[in-house]
Design a protein around this ligand. Sequence first.
Ligand code: PEP
Ligand code: MN
Length: 269
Amino acid sequence: MNEYIQSLKNQNKLNLSTDLSSVYQWPYTKIAGPCSVEGPSIIEISKEIKKCGANAFRAGAYKPCTFPIIEEKNGWKEGLKEEGLELLKEAKAQSGLPIVTEVMDIRKIEEIDCVADVFQVGTRNFQNYSLLDELGRHNKPVLLKRGTWATLDEILGAAERILVGGNKNIAICLRGVVGMPSYRHIFPSIRWAPDLMMILALKQFTNIPIIYDPSHSCGNRDFVPGISKAAKALGCDGLIIEAHPDPNSSISDPDQAIDYKTLKMIFDD
Ligand code: PEP
Ligand code: MN
């Protein structure tokens, strides 16, 4: 056991003192929405997602693309950006749901702050320390998505980075890790391996809420209900799920998006 983990074991857990119930709805947080803000349809979608039982709405206005040249061909260029944020404002006004949306860059924090109730830190920025330090100086809740490579102590270290800045409003999001699942050649959209055991492992060292993301973990919608059920059974504090009115037509992450009916079934469970 390394020194850091030993110190948490000996003293006490990495603790949060703040009650997050204003945004993260206890006892169980249900966040859902499409991967990205695709256009004005987001307003209607937010109301439908609420009807499915969600208590927060997710959608990215700033979207990191793994393959920017290919993905920019559709003219969408890593999200609708400012226009996307404006649409999210309207979605929030009409649905009444708090908004979870990604911040990739410290220069955009103020702008995103105007609509976001939760700053989502994406996997690719999980150890972007200037971003984490800056979010630590804010008081707004942060959803810190695990880097696909990150070890248990690195997850806690990144969370601590935000905590030491003074911001206690954080949740850790597990979203699948690097691996080469033996079923990948049969289900090509699968990119990551579900990291369910990390729910149990983290709970030994921290009371920071753990939100599980079955969508990126699975990469294929057929597995989302089962992995959601498993994550809940293992004691995660909430789920964040990608859902879309016409999943196959999603601009980003179409293979993992689920329809409203499936979402409602998962949230009702
Ligand atoms: C997302 O939530 O849409 C996303 C891009 O997730 P991640 O950062 O986990 O890949
Ligand atoms: Mn996505």
